[in-house]
Write a protein that binds this ligand. Structure first.
Ligand code: PMP
Length: 397
């Protein structure tokens, strides 16, 4: 009998599935505020100018399509280390491996835990990016949740988080943290709160796994390292998973890196060898193009300045959209203050809309947001803000 006849259909991805529904929606007034990609004022997800310029150079100068080393392109890896750690930690203590996107970095981190840290459990925020659970489950790492978003669905439950990390974890457990622009809530700890979190991690001997998918989207490239700095200044070991999908707009090129910080250089050498062996059996070596683009930009001061400018443009535009949404909602007379959105960071916000209101937005107005009420602010549009806010006001009344 055909073996695959017994295969059951897997549920569609909760967020990417919305994209398919959006594409099939015939309403010309449809709006997609679900999937986490940046869009400019014309509704496009643009190729950054610095990326185009770097690609031009690469096409002209490319001499081979030979394999990259298992751990990726060396100058790219060095740039990642400096972006994430600056020079705060000696390079001999950090093993960086280029990965296919931030997802690849998280998966490589989980694989390292699976192969080298038996009995480890990972603690994940409530709520978190839905793929986090799946990634750790795929590597057989058990997970549990710590409190993060307060019951008001607007603010950070620092007391709950510290209580859970102190009272529920076992020494040696891992804790997954969002360095900035928490997905899906947009709610980030302050610098002082990061110090408090870091102190608990150190005191309880917990392993921090820092998901850094939005460096530069919060307050700035360097400003957004506040969590990494607070943690690495008191913890001897940490894992950072970088993604350059958003900040370089290189989504489909799959550019990321996992950086493992160990207590000393000898340990780092051993960890690096294990990371490489995991890559080898998984996908052998990473794709070249996206990482070469990033390295070309960061190797060149003019292109780097161009990148900083374009990143600032994206960040400021998202902040302006938040402000415009909050102000426009006030004019609808819906009587619901969305001012809390102004304290949130990055592309996403928890709007507080319930699943019924989310359904109504979609069915009546063809406005797509995620069932949890998560809105991709970067998908809003200046010119259509009135339309959006009128629809939101109608469903919350
Ligand atoms: N972590 C978080 C929190 C994310 O939001 C994303 C992207 N949606 C990723 C990791 C992975 O990004 P990438 O597309 O680079 O795999």
């Amino acid at each position: 009998p055909p073996r695959f006849a017994t295969v059951a259909t897997a549920p569609p991805d909760s967020i990417l599935g919305l994209n398919e529904a959006f594409a099939a929606d015939a309403n010309p007034k449809k709006m997609n505020l679900s999937v986490g990609v940046y869009k400019d004022a014309s509704g496009q997800t643009p190729v950054l100018r610095c990326v185009k310029a770097a690609e031009q150079r690469l096409v002209d100068g490319e001499k081979t399509k030979g394999y990259l080393p298992i751990d990726g392109q060396p100058d790219y890896r060095d740039h990642v280390r400096r972006l994430v750690f600056a020079d705060s930690i000696d390079a001999s203590r950090i093993a960086v491996v280029q990965t296919p996107g931030g997802t690849g970095a998280l998966r490589e981190a989980a694989a390292l835990m699976n192969s080298q840290l038996p009995a480890i459990r990972v603690w994940i925020s409530t709520p978190t990016w839905a793929n986090h659970q799946s990634i750790f489950a795929s590597e057989n790492i058990p997970y549990d949740n710590y409190r993060y978003l307060a019951d008001d669905k607007k603010s950070f439950d620092i007391a709950g988080m510290l209580e859970d990390l102190t009272g529920k974890t076992k020494p040696g457990d891992a804790v997954l943290l969002h360095a900035c622009c928490h997905n899906p809530t947009g709610v980030d700890p302050t610098a002082q709160q990061w110090n408090e979190i870091a102190a608990v991690l150190a005191q309880r001997e917990l392993l921090p796994i820092i998901d850094f998918a939005y460096q530069g989207f919060g307050n700035g490239l360097d400003e957004d390292t506040v969590a990494v700095r607070a943690i690495t200044s008191v913890c001897a070991e940490a894992i950072v998973c970088s993604s350059f999908s958003k900040n370089f707009g290189l989504y489909s090129e799959r550019v990321g890196a996992v950086s493992v910080m160990s207590a000393d250089a000898d340990t780092t050498t051993a960890v690096k060898s294990q990371l490489k062996s995991l890559v080898r059996s998984n996908y052998s070596n990473p794709p070249r193009h996206g990482a070469a683009v990033v390295a070309t930009i960061l190797d060149d001061s003019e292109l780097t300045a161009m990148w900083h400018g374009e990143l600032t443009e994206m960040r400021t535009r998202i902040k302006a959209l938040r402000r415009q949404f909050v102000d426009t909602m006030k004019t609808t007379g819906a009587g619901h203050d969305f001012g809390f959105l102004l304290d949130q960071n990055g592309m996403f916000s928890f709007s507080g809309l319930n699943p019924m209101q989310v359904d109504e937005l979609r069915n009546k107005y063809s406005i797509y947001i995620v069932g949890s009420g998560r809105i991709n602010v970067a998908g809003m549009n200046e010119e259509r803000m009135g339309e959006l806010c009128t629809a939101v006001a109608n469903v919350i009344e």
